[in-house]
Write a protein that binds this ligand. Structure first.
Ligand SMILES: *Cc1c(COP(=O)(O)O)cnc(C)c1O
Length: 458
């Protein structure tokens, strides 16, 4: 698609719309000369060059990628208007779009109702879910796995509730036995399960924990900020298909969070929280003297802890979903390619002399480390870090990220590694661009070469 053509079209449409109102003169106080702007723009673009090439498949590090073309155009066209979805009168068009995308996200998870809204981030979305949980389970604690996102314990402190960390198993999933032990103490009101951990992409056994809900009277919140859209791959018959049980169980959980700004191809500023029971809207007071609300219809902004929210973010997601809906044949195809790339790379690493697979990729995150000799935590750590640095400096660069793992976690997966340090950095690559499917052979060769170029080797 021709981005420039549609940028121009977006601008033209905005101008046409503006011209449908009576004309007025722009105020001189905000005027900037073309020449003056050219100079600062030059410096500005120079500064932006400092970024890593998130768009390129040689960037195989964190969960970052540019938005989809439709998201860029949707955001840009709407930003020229700059609606605020805090209430209906802040952005009548984009509030409607928000309602529709929230309904699409709800349907994706199998929720019958669609009480939910977009948020600025997954962190805020999780905070809202935990806030509602606290109101419904006053005085009780929140349990999450040790592999859960770090912001859960932080938000528990913000909310004044006790956070309890639950051991993870050898796959990085919450250990259900350890959870049940904790539940028997009757201190826990809410369990947070992660559908796709940020570090390893592990999916907690949501279906198994759901079976404990009645016995221990717990609420279940699913943090699917990173992994949520992978629900589109549940099924069988293809290499990339995922076991459906945990994904199907989400439909019966109390709340779920997903980040369209991760796998939904959106620019930053787009998370979402969804509640199964629409009656939780009573925990959001929205009584303000300066907002007018269309009373008849539900307005997402009225059940949000945040006030101002970007209407452009809702519009970008709406436009993206028109061309790539959150269905197996739509966005599912994008995620499927990344998942196949992860499986392919894992196979290559398993038969590599230079690299060791840390664990099987469950979604599209591949974790691995150099097969150093002697195999020790300390040497794995140093070599991984050196590979990261020299990869980025190379003439044909690769950009990676590291993951800190504890010695018990590493040794339980790789008993041959000596635990001479409490933790080690390994390498982590999130393959969130479908282009990785073609690029993995090259990436693998680059990584092997990087590992071989380090001094100590088997
Ligand atoms: C990214 C992530 C978060 C935090 O979301 P932000 O949008 O970065 O605030 C929370 N939980 C999980 C599992 C994540 O991957």
């Amino acid at each position: 698609m021709d981005l420039l053509k549609w940028m121009i079209r977006a601008h033209e449409e905005n101008t046409k719309w503006q011209n449908s109102f009576s004309s007025f003169s722009p105020h001189p106080s905000m005027e900037v000369g073309d020449e003056a702007f050219a100079a600062v723009f030059h410096d500005f673009t120079k500064r932006l060059e400092k970024n890593y090439p998130f768009f390129h498949p040689s960037y195989a590090g964190h969960m970052v990628r540019p938005p989809h073309f439709a998201a860029t155009i949707g955001y840009l066209a709407t930003m020229l208007v700059n609606p605020n979805n805090h209430a209906f009168d802040g952005g009548p068009a984009t509030v409607e779009m928000e309602r529709e995308v929230v309904a699409q996200l709800s349907a994706m998870f199998g929720f019958d109702t669609s009480l939910g809204h977009l948020t600025t981030s997954g962190t805020i979305a999780n905070l809202e879910a935990l806030y509602v949980a606290r109101e419904l389970r006053p005085g009780q604690g929140v349990a999450f796995s040790e592999e859960a996102h770090f912001t859960h314990s932080r938000m528990c402190r913000v909310l004044g509730v006790e956070g309890h960390e639950v051991r993870a198993d050898r796959h990085g999933r919450m250990d259900v036995e350890a959870l049940e032990e904790l539940l028997r103490t009757r201190q826990i009101g809410t369990v947070v399960l992660t559908a796709g951990t940020t570090g390893l992409g592990a999916v907690d056994p949501i279906h198994d924990v759901l079976a404990l809900r009645e016995r221990y009277d717990i609420r279940i919140h699913v943090d699917a900020a990173y992994g949520g859209f992978f629900t589109l791959l549940q099924g069988s018959g293809t290499a990339e298909a995922l076991p459906p049980e945990p994904w199907q169980a989400i439909s019966r959980c109390d709340s779920v969070v997903v980040d369209p700004h991760k796998h939904g191809l959106q620019p930053y500023g787009c998370g979402a929280v969804l509640f199964n029971d629409p009656a939780v809207d009573r925990f959001y007071d929205h009584d303000s003297p300066y907002t007018y609300c269309a009373p008849a219809e539900f307005n997402p902004g009225e059940t949000s802890l945040e006030c101002s929210r970007s209407g452009a973010a809702a519009a970008a997601l709406w436009l993206t979903f028109q061309v790539l809906p959150p269905t197996p044949s739509g966005l599912g195809q994008v995620l499927g390619a990344g998942r196949r790339a992860a499986l392919d790379w894992a196979t290559r690493i398993r038969s590599s002399e230079a690299l060791e697979l840390y664990q099987e990729p469950e979604l599209d995150i591949v974790t691995y480390f150099p097969a150093v000799r002697p195999a020790s935590m300390r040497l794995v750590d140093e070599t991984s870090a050196r590979m990261l640095e020299s990869g980025a400096r190379d003439a044909d660069p690769v950009f990676l990220s590291t993951l800190k793992v504890r010695s018990d976690a590493l040794v339980s997966r790789h008993p041959g590694v000596t635990a001479d340090a409490p933790e080690a950095r390994i390498i982590r690559s999130v393959l969130m661009k479908p282009e990785f499917e073609d690029f993995v052979p090259r990436l693998h060769d680059r990584l092997e070469a990087l590992a071989f170029s380090q001094t100590t080797f088997r």
